[in-house]
Design a protein around this ligand. Structure first.
Ligand code: RNT
Ligand code: ZN
Length: 428
């Protein structure tokens, strides 16, 4: 894109926003520091580096066979670095424990330790990005009946409790090393395809397990937050998900009241009924909590994980985060996997879309909107809401990319096409 055009459009946009009382430069300064945590699993279809071909299961399904999937940590990080060169501003990488390295022969998931993440910490320091972490309960023989930490078989339940405890300690190591909290996400696939006749049993077991996981060690919130991620259903687990929204909301309140762990809710936009307004949940959660996480994703029918777009739902979430005044307390993550298009492109499109929506929300003249509401002038509120939808935030985004030496528009795709040819397509 023509650079004088970018600058002209930016100056113009700045003036328009100023008329509504918004200081664009100030917004950009803050925006620049807010990280978006990107899902490691988009890079390689959740295969990871355990060498046992963990892959998707437990209600997770990656479809598509676009060529170029990285085969080892080196290729994988090479791809990631491409993403970092296509996306401006602060970043986090959301790792799964199955992306550790140098696992000793015969080691199982309940023995994973900080040493398996030393390469990641070194790399993150080099790239000046932060890391989040996930327990990996799928793609494992001990998860074959669909129940992990809610499994009535005590050996299996305890195995997964030990896994979660060890991944939590890895998260602490990461948080300490990188000097910024690592969100330890505890999502589990536990559930049943058809009607259970003892629903309460598995939920009681899950409660017991989480008590054991979080009471294992007192960890400072400077290093770790323990995220609870509810889900409505998944393919193969249609009838019953142990970790439902009701379960986790209740657990979160109970855990916080009793000083168990550093729990926060993780609202995944694809984990609710499509007609539900996930953005509406933020204000409820944050009335009782000081932090929360969001998994930005795009649900389509029964799939919860399409690449994020800068669409209405994404914007609604971001607006809510800003309007509630909880931006400083939100961990913004994305969660999707698409193997039908170039994986680096999927990462890039989703992250840029998330950031664009965040910038747009931060630029909204929220004071004017809230004044109209405080005055009970709902007519003006609605008129402004619609008017502000077309304010020129894209001109600010273009300028921000340009100033940070990041390609504007889809120019990053030109470089990626070359990388496909020279690197990615040679892998298969
Ligand atoms: C699954 C959850 C979870 C996963 C990752 C791979 O529905 O959203 O966050 O996507 O753990
Ligand atoms: Zn998620």
């Amino acid at each position: 894109m023509n650079t004088t055009l970018i600058e002209k459009a930016y100056e113009n946009a700045k003036e328009i926003y100023a008329q509504y009382g918004v200081d664009v430069e100030k917004v950009l300064e803050k925006f620049d520091k807010i990280p978006v945590s990107i899902p490691c699993w988009q890079g390689d279809d959740i295969v990871g580096f355990e060498g046992i071909g963990a892959g998707a299961s437990g209600g997770l399904m990656v479809t598509g066979n676009y060529p170029g999937r990285p085969r080892n940590p080196e290729e994988y990080r090479m791809d990631l670095e491409k993403v970092l060169s296509y996306v401006p501003g602060a970043m986090k990488l959301n790792l799964h424990s199955s992306y550790g390295e140098n696992f000793e022969k015969g080691i199982d998931r309940d023995e994973y330790a900080p040493r398996h993440f030393e390469n990641w910490v070194k790399w993150a320091k080099e790239k000046k990005i932060a890391l989040d972490m996930n327990a990996t309960t799928f793609g494992h023989p001990k998860a074959s009946d669909g129940l992990t930490i809610s499994n009535p078989n005590e050996d299996i339940r305890k195995f997964w409790v030990r896994h979660m405890q060890s991944v939590r300690l890895i998260s602490e190591y990461i948080g300490k090393e990188l000097g910024t909290p690592c969100v330890f996400n505890t999502w589990v696939q536990d559930g049943m395809k058809d009607q259970p006749v003892n629903r309460i049993k598995y939920r009681q077991l899950m409660k017991k397990s989480f008590d054991e996981i979080f009471s294992n060690k007192k960890i400072s919130e400077e290093y770790v937050y323990d995220a609870l991620e509810p889900k409505l259903f998944a393919v193969g687990v249609e009838e019953y998900t142990v970790g439902s929204n009701d379960f986790y909301l209740s657990y979160n309140g109970y855990a916080r009241a009793n000083g168990i762990g550093n729990t926060i809710m993780n609202l995944d936009m694809g984990h609710f009924h499509p007609e539900e307004n996930v953005a509406d949940k933020i204000s409820s959660v944050m009335t009782f909590s000081d932090k929360f996480m969001a998994h930005f994703t795009r649900g389509i029918r029964w799939d919860s994980d399409h690449v994020v777009l800068n669409d209405e739902k994404t914007n609604n979430m971001m607006h809510e985060i800003v309007r509630c005044g909880v931006l400083d307390n939100a961990f913004i993550g994305t969660d999707y996997f698409d193997a039908s298009i170039n994986r680096v492109a999927a990462w890039t499109i989703g992250t840029r879309a998330t950031k664009k929506a965040l910038l747009n929300a931060m630029l909204e003249p929220v004071i004017m909107l809230q004044k109209a509401e405080d005055d009970m002038d709902f007519t003006l509120r609605l008129a402004l809401l619609d008017e502000f939808k077309t304010l020129p935030s894209s001109a600010v985004w273009d300028y921000y990319c340009y100033k940070n030496n990041i390609p504007t528009n889809t120019q990053w795709l030109d470089d990626l096409k070359k990388y496909e040819k020279s690197e990615m397509f040679k892998r298969d």
